[in-house]
Design a binder for this molecule. Structure first.
Ligand SMILES: *[C@@H]1O[C@H](CO)[C@@H](O)[C@H](O)[C@H]1NC(C)=O
Ligand SMILES: *[C@@H]1O[C@H](CO)[C@@H](O)[C@H](O)[C@H]1NC(C)=O
Ligand SMILES: *[C@@H]1O[C@H](CO)[C@@H](O)[C@H](O)[C@H]1NC(C)=O
Ligand SMILES: *[C@@H]1O[C@H](CO)[C@@H](O)[C@H](O)[C@H]1NC(C)=O
Length: 363
C-alpha cells in the first residue's frame, strides 16, 4: 500500500520515549493516554484516505475478471454448434419476468412504445420521465406508451429495494422486471429482454424505441418524423448512426472488448444506444438471430451485429441533427426542433421540459 505514515512512526517513538523516562509518573499516564489516542486517530484517518483507493483497486481487479461477463468460453468461428448458442447468457428467453402487469399492449394497441432501460434504484429518473415525456400519450391522434425495463437489484439493501420497486409498480403499473442481475455489463441482456418483451407482448404496434433514462425526448417531433412520407413501416432501424466505429482494445475503457470475443477491428454500422427507433417486425428477428451471434457487452453494437447478420441496413433519419447532438446549453428554440438530446440530470429534464412547454412561440 505504498507510503508509510511518518507522523504515526514519530508518535510511536515518542510513546517509547515516555516509557524510558519515568520521572513524572502522574503526567506520564495522561501523556501516554493522549498520545495513544492520537496514534489511533491518525491511523483511522489513514484508513479512510486509503479506503477509496483500496476499493478502487479491488474493483479494477474484479472488473478485469468481468470484462466479458455475458460470454464465457467462445466457440471457434467454424464450430458446428454455433447455432446452439441460444444458451448463451444474453439470450432473452433464459430469463423470466417477475413484474409484468402493465396494460401497455394488452388493453390497447399503441402506435409507438417507448421502452426505458433503467436501474431498479433509479426512481428519480423514472419519476422525471413520468412528469415529462412520459405524459405524452396522445400525439397527433396516435397512442404512445412508455414502460420501464429493470433487472434485479444487485447493490444496497436488495430486499428493501425490491419492495420499493413492487410498491412503485402497484402505483403506476409501468415497470417490467426480469430476473437477470441489473448491471452495466449486463446491458446487452437488458436490450435483448426488451426485444423479446416487445416481440411477444406488442407484436401489433407500429414502432418501438429504446431510450435511455437520461434523455430528453421531443415526442411531437418523433411522431411527426415517423408519420412523414417515405418512412418505412418494416425493417426500419434509425437513430444516431455510428459508421463502422473501431472496437476499443484499451483494457481500462468501459467499452473494452477483447480480441477473443470480437476479432474484427471495426463494428458494423449501428445506432448509438441512447435512443434508437425500430419497426416492430425487427424485434422477433433480433431475438431469433441472436441465437447465432455471441454477445458482447456493448448493447448498441450488438444490435448492429444482428442487423448485419440479418442482411439489413440501417436508415439515416430524415434530419440527422434531430438525434443527440451536443448543444451544451439549453436553448428553447433548438429544443423545439430536436428529437433526442443527452442530459446531465433528471432535474434538467424537468426544467427544460417545463420551459419548452410554456405558452408562446419557442423561436
Ligand atoms: C486479482 O485477483 C487475482 C485472484 O482473483 C489475484 O491473483 C491477483 O493478484 C489480483 N490482482 C491483480 C492486479 O490482478
Ligand atoms: C452440440 O450441442 C449439442 C446440444 O447442445 C450437444 O449435445 C452436442 O454434444 C454438441 N456437439 C459438439 C460437437 O460439441
Ligand atoms: C433491509 O431492509 C429490510 C426492510 O426494510 C429491513 O428489515 C432489513 O433490516 C434491512 N437490512 C439491512 C442489512 O439493512
Ligand atoms: C449478469 O446477469 C447474470 C444473470 O442474472 C448474472 O449471473 C451475472 O452475474 C451478471 N453479471 C454482472 C456483471 O452483473
Amino acid at each position: 500500500m505504498g507510503k508509510r505514515s511518518p507522523g504515526a512512526m514519530e508518535l510511536a517513538g515518542a510513546v517509547m520515549e515516555i516509557h524510558t523516562h519515568q520521572r513524572r509518573p502522574i503526567l506520564r499516564s495522561t501523556f501516554k493516554g493522549l498520545l495513544l489516542l492520537s496514534v489511533l486517530l491518525i491511523s483511522i484517518s489513514y484508513l479512510f484516505v486509503y479506503k477509496d483507493r483500496l476499493s478502487d483497486y479491488l474493483q479494477s481487479n474484479t472488473s478485469l475478471k468481468q470484462t466479458n461477463p455475458i460470454y464465457r468460453a467462445p466457440l471457434p468461428l467454424e464450430h458446428p454448434n454455433r447455432t446452439f448458442l441460444q444458451h448463451h447468457r444474453a439470450f432473452p428467453r433464459n430469463y423470466h419476468f417477475i413484474l409484468d402487469d402493465t396494460d401497455v399492449c394488452r388493453s390497447n394497441t399503441p402506435f409507438l412504445v417507448l421502452v426505458v432501460p433503467v436501474a431498479p434504484g433509479n426512481r428519480k429518473a423514472r419519476d422525471a420521465i413520468r412528469k415529462t415525456w412520459g405524459t405524452e400519450t396522445l400525439v397527433q391522434g396516435e397512442l404512445i406508451q412508455t414502460v420501464f425495463l429493470l433487472g434485479l437489484p444487485s447493490r444496497g439493501n436488495i430486499t428493501e429495494l425490491q419492495e420499493h420497486v413492487s410498491m412503485e409498480n402497484l402505483q403506476y403499473h409501468d415497470l417490467i422486471q426480469s430476473d437477470f442481475i441489473d448491471s452495466y455489463n449486463n446491458l446487452t441482456i437488458k436490450t435483448m429482454v426488451i426485444m423479446d418483451w416487445l416481440a411477444t407482448q406488442c407484436p401489433k404496434v407500429s414502432y418501438a424505441m429504446k431510450i435511455d433514462s437520461d434523455m430528453f425526448l421531443n415526442v411531437e417531433n418523433l411522431v411527426r418524423m415517423l408519420k412523414s412520407p417515405g418512412i418505412p413501416k418494416e425493417l426500419y432501424l434509425t437513430g444516431m448512426l455510428a459508421r463502422n466505429p473501431p472496437v476499443i482494445r484499451d483494457r481500462s475503457s468501459k467499452w473494452y472488448v477483447p480480441m477473443e470475443t470480437y476479432p474484427d477491428p471495426h463494428y458494423p454500422t449501428y445506432t448509438l444506444g441512447m435512443g434508437y427507433l425500430f419497426s416492430i417486425d425487427l424485434t422477433s428477428r433480433f431475438v431469433e438471430v441472436s441465437k447465432s451471434i455471441e454477445p458482447i457487452n456493448i448493447e448498441d453494437a450488438y444490435i448492429g451485429m444482428c442487423m448485419k447478420k440479418l442482411g439489413l441496413s440501417l436508415t439515416q433519419p430524415p434530419d440527422p441533427n434531430q438525434f443527440g447532438r451536443l448543444f451544451h446549453v439549453y436553448n428553447r428554440c433548438t429544443f423545439s426542433k430536436i428529437i433526442t438530446y443527452i442530459l446531465g440530470s433528471s432535474e434538467q429534464l424537468v426544467t427544460f421540459w417545463t420551459d419548452l412547454k410554456k405558452p408562446g412561440p419557442p423561436c
